[in-house]
Design a protein around this ligand. Structure first.
Ligand code: BGP
Length: 477
């Protein structure tokens, strides 16, 4: 395999999220967060789409986030394992409801602030840069209950207060921040992305785009606060990315592919260029969506744009406008409309497209001309442990090797990339399914889909592979 030269200070590492790792869901003053209401199975999907009748966990139901992998109590052991792999960075999210249990509290919860102080100190002890996601799918439930979550402009103030509090508290420890995780997911999983609950007769599109506007304003306020409180820090946006391929070269398919990409680019255009683009204004008008946009909003969006483009890449997408093609579709992906017949898929039906990673990185860099940061990439797979307790996850090494190679190609194309924090460096709860069985980690965690297991950690074969990749700064993949 070809050798790639990565920058000396390239931030190799891994990415996790509070709600998928910490557990301790009500410990030390933490309030309920939306993910604490997500069971597994079909019900999870319905709730993620904003269809739920209760904002309380149900008696006797299993909620994966309640214990997750108990990172809250085991983080020192896990950080030591990340350090053994040579991590330069670890992307983590701060749980909003650990800091403001109800979201609208007058004062922050000191025990919550203290936990992240300890976590960042542990990381810095090993020379690992914390890369912090301010909001990763975890709106405090009280904000949903009392205000309707991001339907309500009041969330902007609550978010600004939360962001300012953590920026102030960790200004000497954290130099890399990002605002909303996969901000475009709000359109596809509105409850997860924005705590939106829909009732009969709601105009869901109107509600989603108004909520998106409030999140974009809130994101700009966080950027403004970060540049003021920590001038040397970098704060980015975060997009669930993956270029969309037209199923044929018919102009209708090509145009549809461009439209599907723009559905996601809209968020980043606003966060990186500072204004609603013309195609978005046309879309809103043609769909009778009227945004409650205050004069100050436009000035804010224009004056406080992000420093880098963070994104997740799992797969490219494909789309078709031909009813004949669409009719035969078994399953597309959450963004595109059709399966790509040229590509393999994971056990969860996610397309595997390493070259798509290079295509996506080039497309984003061409569009924004700002440094990129790959903050999620990885393969969710079923791992089997052998009798002598080994996990030979060669399939994961293969996936990652090919994607790191294409990232190297993108850098040779001139794309500036700050770092690569692969998703789930340790097995954690799957966001979409709530399963532990969908494993991403270099480290195996003994816990099953029903929450049973010792939680013991075991290094997989990929642990040693990634250690070598980092040691050689990407030369030995
Ligand atoms: C992204 C989320 C992550 C992570 C990832 C993998 O949408 O930002 O939280 O979960 O998807 O998805 P899953 O866990 O569903 O396999």
């Amino acid at each position: 395999m070809k050798n790639y030269i990565f920058p000396e200070n390239f931030l190799w590492g891994g990415a996790i999220a509070a709600n998928q790792t910490e557990g301790a869901y009500l410990e030390d003053g933490k309030g309920l967060t939306l993910v604490d209401l997500l069971p597994t199975g079909q019900k999870r999907w319905e709730i993620m789409m904003g269809k739920l009748d209760s904002l309380e966990p149900k008696e006797g139901e299993f909620y994966p986030s309640h214990e997750a992998i108990d990172f809250y109590h085991r983080y020192k052991e896990d950080v030591a394992l990340f350090a053994e792999m040579g991590f330069k960075s670890l992307r983590v999210s701060i749980s909003w409801s650990r800091i403001f249990p109800n979201g609208d509290d007058e004062t922050p919860n000191e025990a919550g602030l203290k936990f992240y102080d300890q976590l960042f100190d542990e990381l810095l002890k090993f020379g690992i840069e914390p890369v912090v996601t301010i909001a990763h799918f975890d709106v405090p439930v009280n904000l949903i209950k009392t205000y309707g979550s991001w339907r309500n402009r009041k969330l902007v103030k609550f978010f600004e207060n939360y962001a300012t509090t953590i920026l102030e508290r960790y200004k000497d420890k954290v130099k890399y921040w990002m605002t909303f995780n996969e901000i475009n997911m709000l359109l596809h999983l509105p409850f997860v992305g924005a705590g939106l609950v829909f009732k009969e007769g709601d105009n869901e599109l109107q509600i989603k785009y108004q909520a998106a506007h409030y999140q974009l304003v809130a994101s700009a306020l966080a950027v403004k606060a970060c540049h003021k409180i920590i001038p040397e820090a970098k704060i980015g946006c975060m997009l669930a990315a993956g270029s969309t391929y037209p199923y044929t070269c018919h102009p209708d398919d090509v145009f549809d592919g461009m439209e599907k990409d723009r559905e996601s680019f809209f968020f980043i255009d606003v966060q990186s260029r500072g204004a609603y683009p013309g195609y978005a204004k046309r879309f809103l008008k043609e769909n009778n969506i009227s945004i409650n946009m205050e004069k100050a909003d436009e000035e804010l969006l224009k004056s406080h744009t992000v420093d880098y483009i963070g994104f997740s890449y799992y797969a490219s997408r494909s789309t078709s406008t031909d009813p004949e093609v669409l009719k035969n579709q078994t399953s597309g992906n959450i963004f595109g409309s059709v399966e790509n017949p040229y590509l393999e898929k994971s056990e969860w039906g996610w397309t595997i497209d390493p070259k798509g990673f290079r295509i996506t990185a080039n497309q984003l860099y061409d569009r924004y001309q700002k440094p990129l940061f790959v903050v999620e990439n990885g393969l969710g797979a079923v791992d089997e442990m052998s009798e002598n307790r080994e996990i030979h996850d060669d399939y994961r090494i293969e996936y990652l090797r090919k994607h790191v190679a294409e990232m190297g190609e993108a850098m040779e194309d001139g794309v500036e990339i700050l770092g690569y924090t692969s998703w789930g460096p340790i097995d954690i709860v799957s966001a979409s399914t709530g399963e532990m069985k969908k494993r991403y980690g270099y480290i195996y965690v003994d816990k099953d889909n029903e929450g049973k297991g010792s939680l013991n950690r075991t290094k997989k074969k990929s642990f040693y592979w990634y250690k070598k990749v980092i040691e050689s700064n990407g030369e030995q993949i």
